[in-house]
Design a protein around this ligand. Structure first.
Ligand code: AMP
Ligand code: ZN
Length: 494
């Protein structure tokens, strides 16, 4: 089944055809490490991970790069404002390098918690300053001009500037800020000069004076350097479709020295893909709000991080997804059911441990031709090949788990196969792992289990007075006993 993906540049579903036979080279815009990522940011990496896993599963040798932006991203994407890193460092009275190290680690912790695979490389922007200067020097001069604040890119010098963004503008979301001295409103800084008499924490010598690179330049350079132009797929959140990626494309066109925007090659990447936003109505996603939605906040409230991954998978990546605690609870319940179904198979005894997402994982002949399994596996494959329809793929996984009178080992093989793509860590995770104590809980798990054991004994003895008393005691401590819970959960902290 050929893999079909939506290309934001052509606004069409296209068949994936690798630039280099048998390979897939993917670049994902990484986080700006001035603060903790919010869970919306992490949706972008869950999406990129599912894409990467799907490419591996389809047998492509994947090289996935995710960068770390530790310089150059301004408070306004359009080129105005301060460097986010400098601003946070000043606010916290810490060095930028310490800020970057702390939030890079926090991001990587979230990556691991969400079972997002490590990329081939985390490329750190400040490691590529010399390459950035060389990249700019390779551009014909007509594309560039200097003003007091820095070296700028003249967007009128490339054909079809903003083609990628046009889709957004048509939807009425276009937004471009102006900076004094720019020739065109959309022009952007390639190199931001340090103002005379000032010293920035992060600055480098360049042919255009001391300063720092522009954010868009960083991604063009790391993509070209690490993957070569053109590579296969460039990903990011949908906001990047508006300014960051059109500017990257303009630079790539200039670097290639081409007059036209040949989408397949001169934009730098053959396909551009964008995940839609996770939204939250009351503003808890904004990093300027006191308690914004970090993955750790979800965990503190008793939700396993994979419940959030599940929530992402339930929606198509191109659809807006609204966050709610009820929605997260429902995703957790769904994950619990799946995990219980997998536990019942006792895969540890049945299957040799498989590396998740091994390249080109093949199904056994028995499974591929099986009267009951084959149609469901086909549904799964068709869903993933149809622009990563994880929502349908999840229901196929559940269909497999609910099959009756089939061999458990075959079921296990099918689940393993599917989870290489979905990445819910189903071979390792247990029911116990999913039951996380909220940070505010005043009762330990051992105490709960002890009370439940005594309650079970009382009920067995038909001593309902004791049983009810124990139930009330637990309720007073915020533990709800769930008799006859269909997913066998027994208790939850309320
Ligand atoms: P940043 O650290 O701001 O550069 O953002 C990291 C990634 O998160 C980028 O790909 C953004 O496009 C993406 N992003 C930002 N906000 C959201 C959101 N609410 N939902 C999904 N993706 C987002
Ligand atoms: Zn980028």
């Amino acid at each position: 089944m050929t893999l079909k993906l939506f290309n934001s540049l052509t606004r069409q579903i296209e068949t994936f055809q690798p630039v280099h036979e048998g390979e897939a080279r993917v670049y994902t815009c990484g986080p700006t490490v001035y603060n903790y990522p919010h869970i919306g940011n992490m949706r972008a990496y869950v999406f990129a991970d599912v894409l990467g896993r799907t490419l591996s599963w389809k047998g492509y040798d994947l090289t996935h790069i995710i960068n770390i932006t530790d310089v150059g991203h301004l408070t306004d994407d359009g080129d105005a404002g301060e460097d986010k890193m400098e601003k946070m460092a000043a606010e916290k009275a810490q060095s930028i390098w310490d800020i970057a190290a702390h939030y890079t680690q926090a991001f990587k912790d979230d990556v691991q918690a969400l079972n997002i695979r490590q990329p081939a490389k985390w490329s750190v922007a400040t490691d590529y300053i010399a390459d950035m200067i060389a990249f700019v020097q390779a551009m014909p001069e007509k594309h560039l001009y200097e003003i007091d604040s820095g070296l700028y890119f003249d967007t009128s010098t490339v054909a079809d500037y903003g083609r990628l963004a046009r889709a957004v503008t048509e939807e009425g979301e276009g937004r471009i800020e102006t900076v004094e001295g720019k020739r065109n409103a959309a022009d952007f800084a390639i190199w931001r000069k340090t103002p005379a008499g000032e010293k920035r924490q992060m600055e480098w010598d360049s042919p255009w004076g001391k300063g720092a690179p522009g954010w868009h330049l960083e991604c063009s350079v790391m993509g070209e350097k690490l993957l070569g132009f053109p590579f296969d797929i460039h990903t990011g959140g949908i906001d990047h479709r508006e300014i960051h990626h059109p500017n990257e494309i303009a630079q790539n066109q200039a670097f290639c020295g081409c007059g036209s925007l040949d989408e397949a090659t001169h934009s730098g990447s053959r396909i551009w893909m964008h995940n839609n936003f996770l939204i939250e109505r009351s503003g808890k996603m904004s990093k300027s709000s006191g308690e914004f939605l970090r993955l750790q906040l979800l965990i503190d409230k008793g939700y396993h991080p994979l419940a959030y991954r599940m929530m992402c998978l339930q929606a198509h990546y191109r659809s807006e997804l609204e966050f709610s605690w009820d929605g997260l609870e429902a995703a957790l319940t769904r994950l619990k059911r799946i995990v219980m179904g997998v536990e019942k198979l006792s895969l540890g005894e049945l299957l040799p441990k498989q590396e998740p997402a091994a390249t080109g994982l093949l199904l056994s002949q028995e499974l591929a031709n099986h009267r009951k399994f084959a149609p469901v596996l086909e549904t799964f494959e068709a869903a993933m090949a149809d622009d990563l329809n994880t929502a349908v793929a999840l229901t196929a996984l559940e269909d497999i788990l609910s099959m009756k009178k089939v061999d458990a080992a075959l079921k296990g093989e099918a689940v393993t196969y599917m989870d290489t793509v979905l990445g819910l860590d189903l071979l390792n995770i247990t029911r116990q792992d999913l039951r996380i104590r909220p940070k505010t809980a005043t009762i330990t798990e051992a105490e709960i289990e002890d009370a439940l054991t005594r309650r079970k004994a009382a009920r067995a003895d038909k001593d309902f007075a004791t049983s009810d008393a124990l139930r009330d005691e637990l309720a007073a401590k915020g533990v709800e006993v769930m008799d006859g819970d269909p997913i066998g959960w027994e208790w939850k902290l309320s």
